[in-house]
Design a protein around this ligand. Sequence first.
Ligand code: ATP
Length: 252
Amino acid sequence: MLNIYNTYIVNILDIFIFAIIFYRIILIIKGTMAIQIVVGILFILGFTIVAEYVLHLRVLSWLLNRLWVTAAVIFVVIFQPEIRNVLARIGGRLWGLKAKVKDSYITEIVEAVEDLSVSMSGGLVAIGNKIGLKNFTETGISLNADISKELLLSIFKNKSAPLHDGAIIIFNDKILAAGCLLPLFPLSHDTGVKIILGTRHRAALGLSEVTDAVIIVVSEETGRISVAYKGKLNCNISSAELRKIISTTARL
Ligand SMILES: Nc1ncnc2c1ncn2[C@@H]1O[C@H](COP(=O)(O)OP(=O)(O)OP(=O)(O)O)[C@@H](O)[C@H]1O
């Protein structure tokens, strides 16, 4: 009798753990291209099962089974960036070390952003969290400098400066690089905001989709401050709200 209960408990636990893992994976890949890939794979898998076990179509199921091995290799090669992003997000959530920014540096960032906003200078600053941003810092110029308002302003306010274009990447109290290229949020995806986004804002949203970084955008056209985080763009926020967001996500 006790054995039956034990088996029940183990089975329930088994299903429960599977459901949690499945749910977390869906949350991570939701809104990314990976969700379409998963749907496609499930469709072909269903088709293979029906062909083999229900309709007993021997030639077709032989072909589909061979196709799976080749498809697995093609899948990994074609979707290497998506797989890397999904694994990085899973890894980051499980055991990534949180990047930390000191309070005084948060003040430097917020003050610089305020200044950019008032002077209507465009700015794009990504503050890394658990997921490393090395592949994005490599697209820019390495700086490895202490965070300072003056440095941030000299990069973004001077429109003829070579590093003015692109994003600054901050990680663990350092400005790692400037002039970095971020992945653009696809125009076909729902941005969740009513306004049409330009490339600076799409770049911020794009990075926030594939990493857990907090990305600050200052609009050159309107001076508005927006923050992209976990695939969502929070438009037109105050500097007090900005401080709060950085503090809760990246403070030491
Ligand atoms: N992929 C990218 N990664 C990083 N920065 C980018 C990227 N694409 C564009 N940018 C930055 O955005 C600038 C162009 O901004 P654009 O005017 O198109 O966007 P926007 O969202 O309308 O911003 P704004 O409101 O400031 O005009 C470029 O000069 C460059 O600095």
